[in-house]
Design a protein around this ligand. Structure first.
Ligand code: PGA
Length: 259
């Protein structure tokens, strides 16, 4: 998979579901859909750390064309060491994980992940050849104060330090624009807003000599996916809540597989 022009649909399962058997059932349904429909979109699932192995084994055993992502990784060391409770980039890569989400607003907000921490995580992911799904987005207050573009520019700025690495390791970066106020709320920006913001992100990346697919995330569901998928420069979706229901997630994959 992963042809460059194909769009992306990434399931961020967050801390769900509680039982590995339920995660496998969900994957089984999505896997069946992918086998039968052969969607053009690149499909990736991001389970919890604890479920990564079982999900990876299932994907391999059933030869499913679905990528696997972690939701986090250790900032302090890329390999191993005395970091209680952490999981390294190497550990992820050793079990076949190919992607990692970095900078999700829930981690910025609840775990005080600063830009310094995020930069260490990016460096560690790159050291182990993991593709980074880098999340950016403004809070509702920032949106209301019309600070969105400034916030996004600052969040993107840390990528400049890795420009040469990204340039060498073609396609190791995906951007997910996720307005914090749209995550899990059922609210989304207008089509015009998403269009403008994706254009702005593309330009900002170009100014750093970077090029990456730009995904939209925040309350993407089976109902709005068709409309969002048609927006220029929306190269895919990062999906939370709706990715936990196989039928909804498959409809979203379908929307992003249409020409
Ligand atoms: P949501 O979450 O689809 O439930 O809004 C998206 C995300 O946090 O990645």
């Amino acid at each position: 998979m992963q042809q460059n022009s194909a769009k992306w649909v990434i399931a961020n399962w967050k801390m769900n579901p509680a039982k590995p058997t339920i995660a496998l059932e969900l994957l089984q349904k999505v896997g069946e859909y992918c086998k039968n429909q052969q969607p053009s979109a690149n499909v990736v699932v991001a389970p919890t750390f604890l479920h990564l192995s079982v999900i990876q084994q299932y994907l391999q055993h059933n030869q499913l064309d679905i990528g696997i992502s972690a939701q986090n990784l250790c900032a302090e060391n890329a390999e191993f060491g005395a970091f209680t409770g952490e999981i390294s980039a190497q550990m992820l890569s050793e079990i076949g994980v190919q992607y990692v989400i970095i900078g999700h607003s829930e981690r910025r907000q609840y775990y005080q992940e600063t830009e310094q921490v995020l930069m260490k995580k990016i460096a560690n992911a790159l050291a182990q050849n993991l593709t980074i799904i880098y999340c950016i987005g403004e809070t509702f207050e920032q949106y209301q104060n019309k600070q969105t573009l400034d916030i996004l520019q600052n969040q993107l700025a840390i990528l400049a330090d890795f420009q040469s690495q990204f340039a060498n390791q073609n396609s190791q970066l995906l951007i997910a624009y996720e307005p914090v106020w749209a995550i899990g709320t059922g609210l989304t920006p207008t089509v015009a807003e998403i269009t403008d913001i994706h254009q702005f992100i593309d330009k900002t990346l170009l100014a750093m000599q970077l090029k990456a697919p730009i995904l939209y995330g925040g309350s993407v569901n089976a109902k709005n996916a068709n409309e969002i998928a048609q927006i220029p420069l929306v190269d895919g979706a990062l999906v939370g809540g709706a990715s936990l229901i196989a039928e909804s997630f498959c409809q979203i994959i379908d929307a992003f597989s249409k020409k």
